[in-house]
Design a protein around this ligand. Structure first.
Ligand SMILES: *[C@@H]1O[C@H](CO)[C@@H](O)[C@H](O)[C@H]1NC(C)=O
Ligand SMILES: *[C@@H]1O[C@H](CO)[C@@H](O)[C@H](O)[C@H]1NC(C)=O
Ligand SMILES: *[C@@H]1O[C@H](CO)[C@@H](O)[C@H](O)[C@H]1NC(C)=O
Ligand SMILES: *[C@@H]1O[C@H](CO)[C@@H](O)[C@H](O)[C@H]1NC(C)=O
Ligand SMILES: *[C@@H]1O[C@H](CO)[C@@H](O)[C@H](O)[C@H]1NC(C)=O
Length: 308
């Protein structure tokens, strides 16, 4: 094994050191121009420039209820973006193709150094992704994070009749989600249960949009869920660091042992004090100067100890 490693090291050193295009075996090597390649038939071969392509096209479709637009005279969607035919300073008007539906087709070219607009004069060159935003009347900017198209896009060339479609659901006015709660009767686990519900900022504004659901098993209407709301609003709307989602929280465990019975695959251990309660350190049985960590370990230990 070691001799094999040494052998590989020596060969690699040899081929890098010997900057000529002579090399051995099938190991990686470096060409005279300093490009990485693979050794084949004693020659260091490397990638070649691929042919540029001029026939690429994608479709972006935005859906939004026109009735919710507050602009009076120009109820039209525009798009701005980081490249292809778009820029961040002036929007391109989208075509209205159906009720509440606007579309734009972007024609572009690709070559080894990036993707560029085909039929326009901008020379913006992007390499990994197109980012874009939708605006009403090229004035009212959408809320939340940029929309993204990862490049390259497969099946975007003229060989394919159907152009790749990116359908988006922007929203423009609402920065805050809404929380509510409701009660269900659960036949599965018995009794009435209170459910916490968070609907994201765009929920009532863009009624076309669908959302992933986040189920939280230990979150019920009340103090913690209220703290959560403003934080979630912030990441969904203000900073736009994440796509919107709905939160369904559940957790009115009653009595307390339901938490360990219902949340663990097998009924868990419930920790209680023999005398007193946790607020008074089990009737001052636990030392009063414990750190949080020591406190936790103490309880865990005494539980294990009691079981034996
Ligand atoms: C930005 O894009 C718009 C819409 O296509 C175009 O009218 C405008 O000329 C572009 N601006 C620049 C600086 O390229
Ligand atoms: C396009 O962008 C790439 C990466 O930023 C750069 O290496 C290349 O020189 C650019 N090409 C042109 C024509 O601007
Ligand atoms: C549940 O919702 C109702 C109606 O919105 C509200 O009055 C009540 O305070 C909520 N309860 C909790 C625990 O959040
Ligand atoms: C804990 O026990 C003390 C003393 O009996 C009592 O005053 C207190 O209300 C108890 N706290 C809780 C949360 O039950
Ligand atoms: C807590 O008090 C005991 C005795 O009063 C002492 O031995 C121990 O070091 C103290 N622990 C901490 C974390 O201060």
């Amino acid at each position: 094994m070691l001799s094999k490693v040494l052998q590989i090291c020596c060969l690699v050193t040899f081929s890098i050191w010997n900057v000529g295009s002579v090399c051995m075996g099938i190991l990686s090597c470096v060409t005279q121009e300093g490009k990485y390649g693979y050794c084949m038939g004693g020659q260091c071969l490397t990638e070649i420039q691929s042919a540029p392509r001029f026939d690429l096209e994608i479709r972006i479709v935005a859906k939004y209820p026109e009735i919710n637009m507050k602009e009076i005279e120009n109820k039209v969607l525009y798009i701005r973006g980081s490249g292809l035919c778009l820029n961040w300073t002036t929007g391109m008007k989208m075509r209205k193709i159906l009720t509440d539906t606007w579309e734009v087709n972007l024609k572009f070219t690709s070559s080894d150094d990036g993707f560029r607009c085909k039929d326009c004069s901008n020379d913006i060159n992007i390499t990994k992704k197109l980012e874009y935003r939708i605006l009403i009347a090229d004035r009212t900017n959408m809320i939340g994070g940029n929309f993204i198209v990862d490049l390259p896009v497969s099946m975007s060339s003229s060989y394919f009749d159907e152009k790749p479609l990116f359908e988006v659901f922007p929203w423009f006015y609402s920065n805050a989600g809404r929380t509510s709660n409701f009660t269900i009767t659960s036949t599965e686990i018995g009794k009435e249960r209170q459910i916490y519900l968070y609907l994201p900022p765009s929920f009532n504004e863009n009624t076309f949009k669908k959302y992933p659901n986040l189920l939280v098993f230990d979150l019920y209407p009340g103090s913690y869920s209220e703290l959560l709301t403003s934080f979630v609003d912030k990441i969904l709307a203000e900073s736009g660091t994440i796509k919107e989602f709905i939160i369904i929280g559940y957790g009115d465990y009653q009595p307390e042992h339901e938490r360990v019975d219902l949340l663990t695959p097998t009924p868990g251990t419930v920790m209680t004090c023999i005398n007193g309660n946790f607020t008074n350190s089990c009737d001052n049985c636990l030392p009063s100067n414990l750190t949080d960590d020591e406190h936790r370990r103490y309880l865990f230990h005494s539980v294990l100890f009691n079981e034996k």
